[in-house]
Design a binder for this molecule. Structure first.
Ligand code: SF4
Length: 359
């Protein structure tokens, strides 16, 4: 079991609560030009369908800022505007109906100190702010002080950024302290969690292509979430954003922080296997894709661990001698020839869904 959740202030990102006792939410970021409203809304629709709960869009130009009202209005999930340096886009995002803004007030202060005005506008509109500290864009002053983007440097930067809003009485904040090294990132979030009550947005920044980024994110988020740290997550991959949502959702599912959909418990196969476990697991996964009921299905290659795992699952098969023993809820219900294992498992899964009254 994961540790009890750290106590954090709850904020509302549109209709999605973040922090407090709210479930950990999954978010992603569009890769389209934000100014291209149709393409951006299309990608948001795909993200929503894959389970994304909050979406962030980059706002680097006036054209992007002008697209925000249409995007915020038509998006089925809350939209966060990601803004650097330009206070005027922050006001535009708030006016546009964006659910939140990511902005680092330290940047705003450097160029045009409008932090107080932003705090008031956000407060009046009920719009929270994410302060997103990133190792790659750490304040020069802190880089000089700490030598590099250490956990202490990231936390000091985040708390300083928060203080700029706190001076104006603004506290509807969530924070991220991202680093591409999961070890540094984990330490930074642990320190930050101990130092403040703000909800935390977890992220390993520039995590890399899909495989590497998935591993890094799973390791880092797994460590922190199992300690009760983290209120919303974004997996960053050099891959389509839908993949980020799938990975984020799977991480929450594997920690028991979200109800699992289909879970295949399949063995890695070994010299004892009496069936092609890889093919069998793939066929069962494909056959039960989009299955409407949470289901744990064991696909095991022989009789050593097979019956034990199959018995523990909702549904399972232990293979051997060209046959498969089919288990439902811990009981062997039949033994079928190897060629009928997949279809039998799918039929039994349908029967379980029927019994639950789900079509
Ligand atoms: Fe090998 Fe059997 Fe274990 Fe699969 S269940 S890994 S085939 S011993």
């Amino acid at each position: 079991m994961v540790a009890a959740r750290r106590r954090s202030r709850q904020i509302m990102v549109g209709n999605v609560p973040v922090g407090g006792d709210a479930p950990v939410s999954v978010q992603s970021m569009t890769t389209t030009l934000t100014a291209d409203v149709n393409a951006t809304l299309q990608q948001i629709a795909e993200l929503t369908a894959s389970g994304c709960q909050i979406v962030r869009v980059a706002v680097p130009s006036q054209d992007d800022a002008e697209a925000l009202p249409a995007i915020a209005k038509k998006s089925p999930i809350p939209v966060i505007a990601d803004i650097h340096f330009q206070p005027k886009y922050v006001f535009a995002a708030i006016d546009a109906g964006c659910a939140a803004v990511r902005v680092n007030p330290g940047n705003i202060k450097k160029f045009d100190d409008k932090v107080g005005e932003i705090a008031r506008a956000a407060q009046d509109a009920g719009v929270p702010i994410r302060i997103g500290v990133n190792a790659g864009s750490l304040d020069k002053r802190l880089l000089e002080k700490h030598g590099k983007a250490t956990p202490d440097a990231l936390v000091e930067s985040a708390l300083w950024e928060c203080s700029l809003f706190e001076e104006h009485g603004f506290r509807d904040i969530k924070i991220s302290v991202k680093h591409n090294d999961p070890v540094v990132m984990i330490q930074a979030y642990r320190k930050l969690a101990a130092a403040c009550e703000y909800p935390l947005h977890l992220g390993v920044t520039e995590a890399g292509p899909a495989f590497q980024g998935t591993v890094k994110s799973a390791v880092a988020f797994g460590a922190l979430l199992s300690e009760g740290i983290g209120d919303t997550i974004r997996v960053s991959l050099s891959a389509p954003p839908v993949e980020e949502v799938k990975v984020g959702t799977a991480i929450l599912e594997s920690l028991g922080l979200r109800e699992r959909g289909l879970e295949i418990v399949s063995c890695p196969s070994c010299g004892r296997a009496q069936v092609d476990v890889y093919t069998l697991a793939e066929q069962v996964t494909a056959g039960l894709k989009d299955f409407p009921v949470p289901l744990r299905v064991a696909v095991m290659g022989c009789v050593v661990n097979g019956p034990g795992e199959a018995r523990e699952a909702d549904l399972g098969v232990a293979s051997g001698n060209g046959k498969g023993q089919i288990f439902v809820k811990g009981e062997v219900i039949k033994t079928v020839p190897e060629s009928q294992i997949v279809e039998t498992l799918i039929e039994e899964a349908m029967r379980i869904a029927d019994d639950m009254g789900i079509e």
